[in-house]
Ligand binder design. Sequence first.
Ligand SMILES: *Cc1c(COP(=O)(O)O)cnc(C)c1O
Length: 387
Amino acid sequence: MSAPDPVPPKAERLGDGTVAVRAGLPEPVKNEPPLPGPVFAAHFHLPGDVEGPYAYGRDTNPTWTLLERAIGELEAPGLNGADTVVFASGMAAVSAVLLSQARAGETVVLPDDGYQALPLVREQLEAYGVHVRTAPTGEDAQLSVLDGARLLWLETPSNPGLDVCDVRRLVDAAHAGGTLVAVDNTLATPLGQRPLELGADFSVASGTKGLTGHGDLLLGYVVCRNAELAAGIRRWRKVVGAIPGPMEAWLAHRSLSTIQLRAQRQWANALAVAEALADRGDVTGLRYPGLPSDPSHKTAARQMRGFGSVVSFTLADRAHAERFMAALRLVEDATSFGGVRSTAERRRRWGGDAVPEGFIRFSAGAEDTEDLVADVLRALDLAAAKS
Ligand SMILES: *Cc1c(COP(=O)(O)O)cnc(C)c1O
Protein backbone atom coordinates (compact mmCIF):
# COMPACT_ATOMS: atom_id res chain seq x y z
CA MET A 1 0.00 0.00 0.00
CA SER A 2 1.35 3.40 -0.88
CA ALA A 3 0.10 6.97 -0.60
CA PRO A 4 -1.57 8.56 -3.63
CA ASP A 5 0.70 10.00 -6.31
CA PRO A 6 1.96 13.54 -5.67
CA VAL A 7 0.00 16.30 -7.39
CA PRO A 8 1.17 16.97 -10.94
CA PRO A 9 3.65 19.83 -11.30
CA LYS A 10 2.18 23.23 -11.99
CA ALA A 11 2.52 24.33 -15.60
CA GLU A 12 3.77 27.81 -14.79
CA ARG A 13 6.35 28.44 -12.07
CA LEU A 14 5.13 30.70 -9.32
CA GLY A 15 7.27 32.54 -6.79
CA ASP A 16 8.47 30.78 -3.64
CA GLY A 17 6.12 32.72 -1.36
CA THR A 18 3.13 31.91 -3.56
CA VAL A 19 4.03 28.24 -3.73
CA ALA A 20 4.65 28.08 0.03
CA VAL A 21 1.28 29.45 1.14
CA ARG A 22 -0.62 26.96 -1.05
CA ALA A 23 1.77 24.00 -0.95
CA GLY A 24 0.06 20.69 -0.43
CA LEU A 25 -3.45 22.12 0.02
CA PRO A 26 -6.22 19.84 -1.25
CA GLU A 27 -8.82 20.98 -3.77
CA PRO A 28 -11.17 23.35 -1.93
CA VAL A 29 -14.34 21.75 -0.59
CA LYS A 30 -17.30 23.91 0.35
CA ASN A 31 -17.57 24.38 4.13
CA GLU A 32 -14.28 22.58 4.76
CA PRO A 33 -11.10 24.32 6.03
CA PRO A 34 -8.39 25.05 3.42
CA LEU A 35 -5.91 22.93 5.40
CA PRO A 36 -7.84 20.03 6.94
CA GLY A 37 -7.04 19.39 10.60
CA PRO A 38 -4.85 16.52 11.79
CA VAL A 39 -6.36 13.08 11.29
CA PHE A 40 -5.87 11.06 14.49
CA ALA A 41 -6.34 7.47 13.51
CA ALA A 42 -4.59 4.20 14.30
CA HIS A 43 -6.86 2.41 11.82
CA PHE A 44 -9.38 3.39 9.18
CA HIS A 45 -12.69 1.77 8.24
CA LEU A 46 -11.81 -1.10 5.98
CA PRO A 47 -14.74 -3.30 4.99
CA GLY A 48 -14.00 -6.14 2.59
CA ASP A 49 -10.84 -6.18 0.49
CA VAL A 50 -7.77 -4.21 1.55
CA GLU A 51 -7.83 -1.32 -0.91
CA GLY A 52 -7.73 2.47 -0.94
CA PRO A 53 -5.03 4.78 0.37
CA TYR A 54 -5.64 4.48 4.14
CA ALA A 55 -5.90 1.29 6.13
CA TYR A 56 -3.49 1.35 9.08
CA GLY A 57 -1.89 4.38 10.73
CA ARG A 58 1.72 3.16 10.63
CA ASP A 59 1.57 2.84 6.82
CA THR A 60 -0.24 5.98 5.71
CA ASN A 61 -2.12 8.94 7.12
CA PRO A 62 -3.92 11.70 5.17
CA THR A 63 -2.22 14.43 7.23
CA TRP A 64 1.18 13.07 6.12
CA THR A 65 0.00 12.88 2.53
CA LEU A 66 -0.74 16.61 2.41
CA LEU A 67 2.56 17.47 4.11
CA GLU A 68 4.48 15.18 1.75
CA ARG A 69 2.92 16.92 -1.25
CA ALA A 70 3.77 20.32 0.22
CA ILE A 71 7.43 19.43 0.80
CA GLY A 72 7.61 17.89 -2.67
CA GLU A 73 6.29 21.08 -4.27
CA LEU A 74 9.11 23.03 -2.61
CA GLU A 75 11.95 20.50 -3.02
CA ALA A 76 11.29 19.16 -6.48
CA PRO A 77 8.85 21.40 -8.37
CA GLY A 78 8.13 20.05 -11.80
CA LEU A 79 10.18 16.89 -11.31
CA ASN A 80 7.91 14.10 -12.50
CA GLY A 81 7.93 11.05 -10.29
CA ALA A 82 9.65 12.65 -7.30
CA ASP A 83 8.07 11.37 -4.11
CA THR A 84 8.38 12.53 -0.49
CA VAL A 85 8.27 10.43 2.69
CA VAL A 86 7.98 12.15 6.09
CA PHE A 87 9.53 10.79 9.27
CA ALA A 88 9.42 11.33 13.02
CA SER A 89 12.72 13.25 13.04
CA GLY A 90 15.63 14.22 10.85
CA MET A 91 17.63 11.28 12.17
CA ALA A 92 14.79 8.91 11.35
CA ALA A 93 14.99 10.17 7.76
CA VAL A 94 18.81 10.04 7.65
CA SER A 95 18.84 6.49 9.04
CA ALA A 96 16.10 5.43 6.63
CA VAL A 97 18.27 6.24 3.63
CA LEU A 98 21.60 5.05 5.01
CA LEU A 99 20.37 1.85 6.62
CA SER A 100 17.93 0.81 3.89
CA GLN A 101 20.14 1.45 0.85
CA ALA A 102 23.39 -0.28 1.80
CA ARG A 103 23.82 -4.03 2.30
CA ALA A 104 26.63 -5.95 4.03
CA GLY A 105 29.80 -5.81 1.96
CA GLU A 106 28.79 -2.59 0.19
CA THR A 107 30.41 0.80 0.77
CA VAL A 108 28.94 4.10 1.92
CA VAL A 109 30.83 7.40 1.70
CA LEU A 110 30.09 9.93 4.45
CA PRO A 111 31.45 13.42 5.14
CA ASP A 112 33.77 13.51 8.15
CA ASP A 113 32.57 17.00 9.12
CA GLY A 114 28.80 16.48 9.00
CA TYR A 115 26.03 16.38 11.57
CA GLN A 116 27.20 15.11 14.95
CA ALA A 117 25.02 11.97 14.90
CA LEU A 118 26.54 10.68 11.63
CA PRO A 119 29.35 8.85 13.51
CA LEU A 120 26.64 6.94 15.40
CA VAL A 121 25.05 5.90 12.12
CA ARG A 122 28.49 4.91 10.91
CA GLU A 123 28.89 2.57 13.90
CA GLN A 124 25.54 1.01 13.09
CA LEU A 125 26.41 0.58 9.40
CA GLU A 126 29.70 -1.07 10.31
CA ALA A 127 27.97 -3.35 12.79
CA TYR A 128 25.86 -4.56 9.84
CA GLY A 129 28.96 -5.21 7.73
CA VAL A 130 28.75 -2.08 5.56
CA HIS A 131 32.10 -0.44 4.78
CA VAL A 132 32.28 3.27 5.50
CA ARG A 133 34.74 5.74 4.02
CA THR A 134 34.88 9.42 4.96
CA ALA A 135 36.39 12.61 3.58
CA PRO A 136 35.80 16.32 4.28
CA THR A 137 33.03 18.31 2.58
CA GLY A 138 35.32 21.13 1.42
CA GLU A 139 37.07 21.00 -1.96
CA ASP A 140 34.87 18.07 -3.02
CA ALA A 141 37.27 15.76 -1.15
CA GLN A 142 34.71 12.93 -1.15
CA LEU A 143 35.46 12.49 -4.88
CA SER A 144 38.70 10.75 -3.95
CA VAL A 145 37.00 7.97 -1.95
CA LEU A 146 34.01 7.28 -4.23
CA ASP A 147 35.24 4.25 -6.09
CA GLY A 148 32.74 1.39 -6.13
CA ALA A 149 30.52 2.87 -3.42
CA ARG A 150 26.81 2.09 -3.25
CA LEU A 151 25.86 5.44 -1.73
CA LEU A 152 27.45 8.87 -1.39
CA TRP A 153 26.18 11.08 1.44
CA LEU A 154 26.70 14.82 1.10
CA GLU A 155 25.93 17.51 3.66
CA THR A 156 26.18 20.95 2.12
CA PRO A 157 26.49 23.43 3.70
CA SER A 158 27.94 21.21 6.41
CA ASN A 159 26.91 21.61 10.02
CA PRO A 160 28.58 23.28 11.88
CA GLY A 161 31.64 24.11 9.74
CA LEU A 162 29.62 25.55 6.80
CA ASP A 163 31.81 24.07 4.10
CA VAL A 164 30.16 23.56 0.72
CA CYS A 165 30.75 20.95 -1.97
CA ASP A 166 29.82 21.04 -5.65
CA VAL A 167 26.77 18.76 -5.72
CA ARG A 168 26.51 18.45 -9.50
CA ARG A 169 30.20 17.58 -9.85
CA LEU A 170 29.95 14.91 -7.16
CA VAL A 171 26.69 13.55 -8.57
CA ASP A 172 28.19 13.23 -12.06
CA ALA A 173 31.19 11.31 -10.73
CA ALA A 174 29.01 9.14 -8.49
CA HIS A 175 26.45 8.27 -11.16
CA ALA A 176 29.21 7.43 -13.63
CA GLY A 177 30.24 4.70 -11.19
CA GLY A 178 26.71 3.53 -10.34
CA THR A 179 26.70 5.25 -6.94
CA LEU A 180 23.49 6.78 -5.54
CA VAL A 181 23.71 10.26 -4.02
CA ALA A 182 21.87 11.65 -1.00
CA VAL A 183 22.16 15.27 0.15
CA ASP A 184 21.36 16.46 3.67
CA ASN A 185 19.46 19.66 2.87
CA THR A 186 18.69 20.67 6.45
CA LEU A 187 20.77 23.82 6.57
CA ALA A 188 19.66 25.29 3.26
CA THR A 189 15.98 24.25 3.40
CA PRO A 190 14.23 23.62 0.06
CA LEU A 191 14.04 27.37 -0.45
CA GLY A 192 17.81 27.69 -0.37
CA GLN A 193 18.76 24.60 -2.37
CA ARG A 194 17.07 21.85 -4.40
CA PRO A 195 19.37 18.82 -4.41
CA LEU A 196 17.20 16.80 -6.83
CA GLU A 197 17.53 19.57 -9.43
CA LEU A 198 21.30 19.27 -8.95
CA GLY A 199 21.01 15.57 -9.83
CA ALA A 200 20.84 13.92 -6.40
CA ASP A 201 18.71 10.80 -5.88
CA PHE A 202 17.59 11.73 -2.37
CA SER A 203 17.17 15.05 -0.60
CA VAL A 204 17.04 14.32 3.11
CA ALA A 205 16.46 16.81 5.89
CA SER A 206 15.48 17.53 9.42
CA GLY A 207 12.19 19.42 9.38
CA THR A 208 12.91 20.38 12.97
CA LYS A 209 15.07 23.34 11.92
CA GLY A 210 14.42 26.02 9.30
CA LEU A 211 11.75 24.08 7.42
CA THR A 212 9.22 24.55 10.21
CA GLY A 213 11.11 27.28 12.08
CA HIS A 214 9.34 27.55 15.42
CA GLY A 215 11.34 25.09 17.53
CA ASP A 216 8.16 23.31 18.59
CA LEU A 217 8.35 19.96 16.82
CA LEU A 218 10.65 17.27 15.44
CA LEU A 219 10.24 16.04 11.89
CA GLY A 220 12.25 14.60 9.03
CA TYR A 221 11.72 13.88 5.36
CA VAL A 222 13.24 12.16 2.35
CA VAL A 223 12.43 13.34 -1.17
CA CYS A 224 13.20 10.54 -3.62
CA ARG A 225 13.92 10.91 -7.33
CA ASN A 226 11.49 8.17 -8.34
CA ALA A 227 8.80 5.82 -7.09
CA GLU A 228 11.11 2.83 -6.88
CA LEU A 229 13.49 4.59 -4.49
CA ALA A 230 10.50 5.95 -2.55
CA ALA A 231 9.01 2.47 -2.18
CA GLY A 232 12.17 1.31 -0.41
CA ILE A 233 12.12 4.32 1.91
CA ARG A 234 8.38 3.85 2.69
CA ARG A 235 8.99 0.20 3.40
CA TRP A 236 11.74 1.13 5.86
CA ARG A 237 9.42 3.58 7.62
CA LYS A 238 6.81 0.87 7.96
CA VAL A 239 9.36 -1.64 9.27
CA VAL A 240 10.90 0.61 11.93
CA GLY A 241 7.76 2.62 12.60
CA ALA A 242 9.60 5.96 12.62
CA ILE A 243 6.42 7.87 11.86
CA PRO A 244 5.52 11.47 12.71
CA GLY A 245 2.44 12.06 14.84
CA PRO A 246 -0.48 13.62 12.95
CA MET A 247 -0.32 16.71 15.19
CA GLU A 248 3.36 17.28 14.34
CA ALA A 249 2.69 16.71 10.66
CA TRP A 250 -0.16 19.21 10.69
CA LEU A 251 1.83 21.82 12.65
CA ALA A 252 4.69 21.38 10.20
CA HIS A 253 2.38 21.94 7.23
CA ARG A 254 0.93 25.07 8.86
CA SER A 255 4.44 26.39 9.55
CA LEU A 256 5.60 25.66 6.01
CA SER A 257 3.27 28.30 4.63
CA THR A 258 5.50 31.04 6.10
CA ILE A 259 8.85 29.56 5.09
CA GLN A 260 9.53 32.17 2.43
CA LEU A 261 8.84 35.07 4.83
CA ARG A 262 10.96 33.51 7.55
CA ALA A 263 13.80 32.54 5.27
CA GLN A 264 14.08 35.96 3.64
CA ARG A 265 14.41 37.70 7.00
CA GLN A 266 16.66 35.03 8.50
CA TRP A 267 19.03 34.99 5.52
CA ALA A 268 19.22 38.80 5.51
CA ASN A 269 19.92 38.76 9.25
CA ALA A 270 22.58 36.07 8.89
CA LEU A 271 24.35 38.10 6.20
CA ALA A 272 24.15 41.29 8.28
CA VAL A 273 25.57 39.51 11.35
CA ALA A 274 28.33 37.95 9.22
CA GLU A 275 29.21 41.35 7.73
CA ALA A 276 29.35 42.90 11.20
CA LEU A 277 31.54 40.06 12.48
CA ALA A 278 33.90 40.40 9.51
CA ASP A 279 34.96 43.83 10.79
CA ARG A 280 35.92 42.58 14.26
CA GLY A 281 39.46 41.90 15.42
CA ASP A 282 38.22 39.55 18.17
CA VAL A 283 36.53 37.16 15.69
CA THR A 284 38.40 34.50 13.71
CA GLY A 285 37.33 31.64 11.46
CA LEU A 286 34.19 33.46 10.30
CA ARG A 287 32.12 31.34 7.89
CA TYR A 288 28.95 32.20 5.99
CA PRO A 289 28.49 30.93 2.44
CA GLY A 290 26.68 34.16 1.53
CA LEU A 291 29.72 36.34 2.28
CA PRO A 292 31.51 37.07 -1.02
CA SER A 293 34.84 36.61 0.81
CA ASP A 294 33.91 33.13 2.10
CA PRO A 295 35.88 30.21 0.58
CA SER A 296 32.54 28.48 -0.17
CA HIS A 297 30.88 31.44 -1.81
CA LYS A 298 31.62 30.68 -5.45
CA THR A 299 30.29 27.13 -5.34
CA ALA A 300 27.42 28.12 -3.05
CA ALA A 301 26.34 30.95 -5.37
CA ARG A 302 26.22 28.50 -8.30
CA GLN A 303 24.00 25.91 -6.65
CA MET A 304 22.11 27.67 -3.86
CA ARG A 305 19.17 30.05 -4.08
CA GLY A 306 19.81 31.39 -0.57
CA PHE A 307 22.62 30.85 1.90
CA GLY A 308 20.81 29.91 5.10
CA SER A 309 20.49 31.28 8.60
CA VAL A 310 23.63 29.84 10.21
CA VAL A 311 26.88 31.75 10.71
CA SER A 312 29.87 30.25 12.49
CA PHE A 313 32.88 31.96 14.04
CA THR A 314 35.48 31.57 16.77
CA LEU A 315 36.31 33.68 19.80
CA ALA A 316 39.65 33.55 21.63
CA ASP A 317 38.85 30.73 24.05
CA ARG A 318 36.13 29.04 26.06
CA ALA A 319 35.87 31.81 28.67
CA HIS A 320 35.60 34.51 26.02
CA ALA A 321 32.88 32.55 24.20
CA GLU A 322 30.98 31.98 27.45
CA ARG A 323 31.13 35.70 28.29
CA PHE A 324 29.75 36.46 24.81
CA MET A 325 26.92 33.96 25.19
CA ALA A 326 26.00 35.31 28.65
CA ALA A 327 25.97 38.92 27.39
CA LEU A 328 23.48 38.31 24.55
CA ARG A 329 19.96 39.56 25.23
CA LEU A 330 18.05 38.78 22.04
CA VAL A 331 19.83 35.53 21.23
CA GLU A 332 18.99 32.42 23.23
CA ASP A 333 21.72 30.02 24.33
CA ALA A 334 20.32 26.87 22.80
CA THR A 335 21.22 24.19 20.31
CA SER A 336 19.39 23.62 17.01
CA PHE A 337 18.98 26.37 14.41
CA GLY A 338 16.64 27.81 11.82
CA GLY A 339 14.04 29.15 14.28
CA VAL A 340 12.33 32.54 14.30
CA ARG A 341 14.16 33.43 17.54
CA SER A 342 17.93 33.75 17.12
CA THR A 343 19.93 31.12 18.97
CA ALA A 344 23.63 30.49 19.43
CA GLU A 345 25.82 28.07 21.29
CA ARG A 346 29.41 27.29 22.13
CA ARG A 347 29.51 24.14 20.09
CA ARG A 348 32.34 22.39 21.93
CA ARG A 349 30.19 21.99 25.03
CA TRP A 350 28.77 18.88 23.33
CA GLY A 351 32.13 17.24 22.59
CA GLY A 352 31.85 15.58 19.19
CA ASP A 353 32.49 18.22 16.52
CA ALA A 354 36.16 18.94 15.83
CA VAL A 355 35.91 22.69 16.47
CA PRO A 356 37.89 25.07 18.73
CA GLU A 357 36.79 25.79 22.34
CA GLY A 358 35.69 29.30 21.37
CA PHE A 359 33.66 28.17 18.33
CA ILE A 360 30.15 29.68 18.14
CA ARG A 361 27.37 28.39 15.91
CA PHE A 362 24.96 31.28 15.44
CA SER A 363 21.46 30.93 13.98
CA ALA A 364 19.83 34.16 12.84
CA GLY A 365 16.12 34.47 13.62
CA ALA A 366 13.47 36.82 12.30
CA GLU A 367 14.19 39.79 14.58
CA ASP A 368 14.66 43.26 13.08
CA THR A 369 18.12 43.33 11.57
CA GLU A 370 19.34 46.46 13.41
CA ASP A 371 18.28 45.05 16.79
CA LEU A 372 19.99 41.73 16.20
CA VAL A 373 23.27 43.16 14.92
CA ALA A 374 23.35 45.69 17.77
CA ASP A 375 22.84 42.92 20.33
CA VAL A 376 25.65 40.81 18.88
CA LEU A 377 28.07 43.75 18.74
CA ARG A 378 27.19 44.83 22.28
CA ALA A 379 27.77 41.27 23.59
CA LEU A 380 31.10 41.09 21.76
CA ASP A 381 32.20 44.40 23.29
CA LEU A 382 31.22 43.24 26.78
CA ALA A 383 32.97 39.90 26.33
CA ALA A 384 36.15 41.63 25.13
CA ALA A 385 36.10 44.28 27.89
CA LYS A 386 36.06 41.68 30.68
CA SER A 387 38.96 39.61 29.29
C1 LIG B 1 19.46 18.49 13.24
C2 LIG B 1 20.07 17.82 12.06
C3 LIG B 1 19.77 16.50 11.74
C4 LIG B 1 18.90 15.65 12.64
O1 LIG B 1 17.60 16.13 12.74
P1 LIG B 1 16.65 15.79 14.01
O2 LIG B 1 15.34 16.37 13.58
O3 LIG B 1 17.26 16.47 15.19
O4 LIG B 1 16.63 14.32 14.18
C5 LIG B 1 20.34 15.95 10.61
N1 LIG B 1 21.16 16.67 9.81
C6 LIG B 1 21.48 17.95 10.10
C7 LIG B 1 22.41 18.68 9.19
C8 LIG B 1 20.96 18.56 11.23
O5 LIG B 1 21.30 19.83 11.52
